[in-house]
Ligand binder design. Structure first.
Ligand SMILES: C[S@@+](CC[C@H](N)C(=O)[O-])C[C@H]1O[C@@H](n2cnc3c(N)ncnc32)[C@H](O)[C@@H]1O
Length: 282
């Protein structure tokens, strides 16, 4: 059966006034871990990198620092409005990775974070990214999984309720990430993709695959909370309109989200990586 890419509709439009702040909050949380993985793969001066779904360009900027003036970074996004003030060795291209062809077998590192869970079918998206990896180069993909998205200390049932509601309005199908390990979203954001990422990477025919996950636990008032607040702000009307929560319940959640004494457990960020063999068939 031939897998056909669905149109790459994306539920988190960059035009939203808070989207840059939301992406910056996530970059603050996840960039250090991403760059540790990049260092572990041996990426260094003179290397060529592709940053797919580059968002605000925080990783592209950090990669430019790693590859230095002799290296190159291509930052692509379907919407490049936030990709400004980047170092000279970063080239920005407006591209939809599901539709537009990336340079073939050209990069020592192809990295995508928080992208593939939005693209369907996921293996098709990964294959398109993998095609850009040069012989000997690495594909590194990072995706969250909303398991433990509802964990607060002390616990708050309204937080669990809002996470489930968010997942329903952001995903193509009403499904419960917290209890459903099967996966299989076909549209929208797939909040349980992280746990299945390695399985898809293993299907690519690359070598030296490996995977890990990481997360943080933080106090109230931090970037973790900011990312949730900006997401809820954006979807709260849809949540109430869909009858998933009442306005009163959403209000109760806002109170919880501003309670600085509560600890929040981040969602885990899964990472999987694999290398194209050096002596690859043409
Ligand atoms: C959730 S943001 C993540 C941004 C960045 N990778 C990060 O981790 O901070 C997803 C990004 O992917 C971009 N995107 C979504 N679908 C895309 C597609 N089909 N082709 C290229 N970029 C896409 C969005 O415009 C957005 O910038």
């Amino acid at each position: 059966m031939t897998e056909k890419a669905q149109s790459s509709s994306y539920v988190l439009d960059q035009a939203h006034p808070d989207e840059r702040s939301r992406l910056e909050a996530m970059a603050h949380m996840w960039d250090p871990g991403t760059m540790r993985l990049v260092a572990g793969l041996g990426i260094g001066p003179g290397h060529r990198c592709l940053e797919a779904g580059a968002g605000t360009g925080s990783v592209a900027r950090a990669l430019a620092g790693v590859v230095g003036p002799a290296g190159q970074v291509l930052a692509v996004d379907r919407d490049t409005r936030f990709l400004d003030q980047l170092p000279a060795q970063v080239e920005v291209r407006r591209m939809d990775v599901m539709v537009d062809d990336l340079p073939r077998r050209s990069f020592d590192l192809v990295h995508a974070r928080l992208l593939v869970a939005h693209l369907h079918p996921h293996p098709h998206a990964l294959r398109r990214l993998a095609e850009a990896v040069a012989p000997g180069g690495w594909l590194l993909v990072e995706e969250v999984d909303w398991t433990c998205a509802d964990l607060l200390v002390p616990a708050a049932p309204v937080h669990t309720a809002i996470i489930r509601a968010l997942q329903k309005v952001m995903g193509g199908a009403a499904r419960d990430a917290i209890s459903d390990a099967a996966g299989g979203e076909t549209a929208g954001f797939d909040a349980t993709y992280g746990r299945r990422l390695l399985a898809d990477v293993l299907s690519l025919g690359l070598t030296d695959e490996s995977a890990q996950y990481q997360g943080v636990q933080t106090r109230g008032g931090t970037h973790s909370w900011l990312a949730w607040r900006l997401l809820v702000e954006r979807f709260q009307r849809d949540i109430v309109a869909a009858g998933l929560l009442t306005e009163g319940e959403v209000e109760a959640w806002w109170a919880v989200s501003h309670d600085e004494s509560r600890l929040v457990v981040s969602v885990p960020m899964f990472a999987a990586w694999a290398r194209r063999p050096r002596l690859d068939a043409p």
